[in-house]
Design a protein around this ligand. Structure first.
Ligand SMILES: [Ca+2]
Length: 519
């Protein structure tokens, strides 16, 4: 009951200089003294020694947080404030072109943990656990001497909250979890908590940081928030915070001929599905009472605000502990989210607001403040990046589709590091939510070609430079046919070479939400 008592009464309480703060402070003081003694003759040495230390990793994952709902992004709503995420961007690196390989919770989480495409890890929907025997990057870190912890939403399969391989400490819940009063499986024992889940997960994570552990072992904290997944639910202290703010509706939200005349038919059709603006769950457009779109939008922003506040608590705790100088904090979302774009409030498809994610990295001394990274990076890059920065030796068995992003933030020579010039995207049709077809896509820094499988419809081709909101599908424009064919060939050649043309048909499982509310 220790956790229950502790957290139920702590709420958003301060750390009050816990033991790990004092321990780190003592260690910091000793290091400073040592460096001072040898400063004159050994300063260059000290610097090199420090840089060679194996860093701690705090990897923070959120759910459905779109890339531009951070104050540091120009298209962020004016009223939404995210000072802690902005701080990470200002004092660290902001990956301004970060994407997922699949825009859905479980497949994206599996891609982060394995560094592999969905067609390799085989988690193609939200209904099933990851295949037994799958290797996660925290397992490699454990073998490399890291102490590891997982706190929060796992969500691969709905029923099982048991500890997974790769983590010395485990605190999680089955499936999507709840926004308040969660029950957590902590190392195999269930504990009930009272309060807002985002706060409680932070409490549990900070408590784990407090615990005594070997000075010789750096740590990995994998902190995976439930927020900001639908249905959005802000903390009571943030409810109503943004309710009176005017919303700037996306250009592609209205059901007009201009918005839909060149798009595939399924796009218009999806407006009337459970993930569409004109479905029963949204009010302003079809007269249902709750929640209407404005309410949805405001709730989302308030939930993001609570997430940001808790990320601030993590940063402060590391800072108070004096641990920030040897810790790399990475923040990202598991997929994007439309808030009205194309008539949707969901993800899954290959449109920009679905596949883009926020990604930030803060590491004073390692990553220069204000670093802006514009290369195309993806969720599959996380695993190889973390192993690289931690100096974990790569073996033959470690197969990653992504690559280490470390060269992107290290001081550059005269030329930029070589990097991919396009990304691939894949989404597998779900029996539970049939409005979005199986989708394969290739995106360069300017163009996007999207192939839809198993549906009588047209494909998509967008020029993101002249049409960043993807309103005009150019798939039938004669002038682009050569380019379209070239991208299509490249997409299928790369997928074939990677074994990506054999997506499985699964036995239907879970609830089917296929109501179509089309006039
Ligand atoms: Ca998600």
């Amino acid at each position: 009951m220790r956790y229950h008592t502790h957290y139920c009464t702590s709420g958003m309480g301060d750390l009050n200089q816990p033991s790990f703060v004092k321990r780190f402070n003592l260690v910091l003081a000793m290091r400073l003294l040592l460096c001072l003694c040898f400063a004159v003759v050994l300063l260059p040495w000290c610097h090199r020694c420090h840089a060679a230390e194996r860093p701690n990793i705090v990897f923070i994952l959120s759910d459905d947080h779109r890339f531009d709902f951070m104050g540091c992004v120009e298209s962020c709503p004016d009223f939404l404030t995210t000072p802690n995420l902005d701080r990470m961007a200002n004092e660290g690196a902001h990956f301004r072109n970060a994407f997922v390989t699949t825009s859905l919770c479980s497949p994206s989480r599996a891609s982060i943990l394995t560094g592999r495409y969905m067609h390799h890890h085989r988690v193609v929907d939200n209904q099933r656990p990851i295949p037994v025997g799958t290797e996660f990057f925290p397992q490699h870190m454990q073998r490399g001497g890291y102490t590891t912890a997982f706190v929060g939403k796992w969500h691969m399969g709905h029923d099982d909250d048991a500890p997974r391989p790769g983590f010395d400490f485990w605190a999680s819940f089955p499936g999507q979890g709840v926004y308040s009063d969660p029950t957590l499986n902590i190392n195999g024992r269930r504990e009930s908590f009272e309060g807002y889940t985002t706060d409680i997960l932070t409490d549990v994570a900070l408590d784990w940081l407090e615990q005594d552990r070997s000075e010789d072992n750096p740590f990995l904290l994998y902190l995976s928030y439930k927020a900001v997944h639908y249905p959005f639910q802000p903390s009571p202290r943030h409810a109503q915070r943004y309710q009176d703010q005017a919303i700037d509706y996306p250009e592609t939200m209205a059901n007009t001929q201009r918005n839909y005349q060149t798009q595939p038919r399924w796009v218009l059709d999806r407006r009337y599905s459970i993930h569409g603006i004109d479905h029963m769950e949204t009010g302003a457009f079809d007269k249902d009472p709750v929640p209407d779109f404005d309410q949805l939008f405001h709730n989302y922003c308030e939930t993001v605000h609570g997430l940001d506040e808790n990320i601030g608590r993590v940063l402060k705790a590391l800072e108070d502990a004096g641990a920030m100088d040897n810790t790399i904090v990475i923040y990202m979302g598991d997929n994007g989210f439309h808030l009205g774009e194309h008539g949707f409030y969901d993800k899954r498809d290959a449109f920009e607001t679905s596949i883009r994610v926020p990604m930030l990295a803060l590491a004073p001394g390692r990553i220069p403040a204000g670093t802006k990274i514009d290369q195309l990076v993806q969720n599959i890059d996380i695993a190889p990046t973390v192993l690289d920065v931690c100096g974990i030796e790569r073996t033959e068995e470690m197969k990653f589709d992504g690559r280490s992003m470390q060269p992107l933030w290290q001081p550059r020579g005269e030329s930029a590091p070589s990097w991919r010039d396009h990304i691939l995207y894949e989404y597998h049709w779900e029996w539970n939510f049939p409005a979005t077809p199986t989708t394969l896509a290739i995106r360069t820094d300017r163009y996007k070609y999207v192939y839809y499988h198993g549906v009588w419809d047209r494909d998509s081709f967008y020029d993101l430079q002249t049409d960043p909101v993807e309103r005009h599908n150019l798939i039938d424009v004669p002038a682009y046919q050569e380019q379209i064919e070239s991208l299509r060939n490249q997409l299928f050649t790369e997928l074939a070479e990677s074994g990506g043309l054999n997506l499985p048909i699964r036995t239907p499982a879970g609830e089917r939400l296929d109501q179509r509310k089309r006039p």
